[in-house]
Design a protein around this ligand. Structure first.
Ligand code: MD3
Ligand code: FE
Length: 214
């Protein structure tokens, strides 16, 4: 927390790499609202473990809200307007999600960011996301905003080639990161989650990633 004597909030904008900005604890004050709205989304679009195109089951459980949702199956990775589990549109993005994502993007200099997709990832002990690039979106000039909730995780941030050196940073409950410009197509991943307990999220880390996908 960065309260000063007069009660103003100071939000540090840390540049991790050109185009990648960490806003430590930016979501701290609205986390309980986000959590409540997340439960509503999950009641309509529950957690599921998707299959990779190669037939492996992902260790991260996922859901989506917004007009478009990210899906993976034997046919590949893509954004879809319907939840394949229900055949229904994904639940709408709660206003608390939209406000947070747009204000974080604006803080990092992207004041026209209007997300149409929110991928929701859940990590339990051992779950990981191998180094990858996010390339399924239409316009790479739009940033991705990520919000971390619950248990901490080690984030891996590489270069534009899979073999480039990788930087590590810990992401904690309430941290928001904006990835745009030259950072947008960098390889990234999450190390296997360490077991733990978080007062709101229990044994899990939840990550919301906001995208302008369509
Ligand atoms: C850097 N999620 O959903 S969020 C993903 O914590 C994903 O669940 C991770 O990678 C998670 O695709 C990391 C941070 C993140 C998201 C998108 C990025 C970092 C990024 C896109 C480009 C560069
Ligand atoms: Fe990613």
């Amino acid at each position: 927390m960065n309260h000063d004597l007069f009660g103003h909030m100071e939000q540090a904008l840390i540049t991790l790499q050109p185009g990648a900005f960490i806003l430590r604890d930016f979501a701290g004050d609205c986390a309980s609202q986000l959590w409540q709205d997340l439960q509503q989304v999950l009641s309509a679009a529950p957690w599921r473990h998707m299959q990779t195109p190669g037939g492996l089951t992902m260790s991260v459980a996922m859901s989506n809200c917004g007009r478009l949702g990210w899906v993976s199956d034997h046919a590949g990775y893509r954004y879809a307007v319907e939840d394949p589990l229900s055949g229904q549109p994904w639940p709408p993005m709660p206003p608390s999600f939209i406000t947070l994502a747009e204000s974080a993007a604006a803080k990092a200099g992207f004041d026209r960011f209007r997300p149409d997709a929110c991928l929701i990832n859940r990590y339990e002990a051992g779950a990981k996301l191998s180094l990858h690039q996010d390339k399924d979106e239409r316009d790479f000039s739009q940033p991705i905003v990520s919000v971390s909730l619950g248990l901490p995780a080690t984030f891996l941030f590489g270069g534009l080639k899979r073999t480039d050196p990788v930087l590590r940073t810990e992401l904690h409950h309430g941290d928001v990161v904006v990835w745009g410009g030259p950072a947008r197509l960098r390889y990234h991943g999450i190390l296997p989650l360490k077991a733990g307990q978080h007062c709101t999220a229990g044994n899990a880390r939840i990550n919301l990633t906001f995208r302008a996908a369509g």
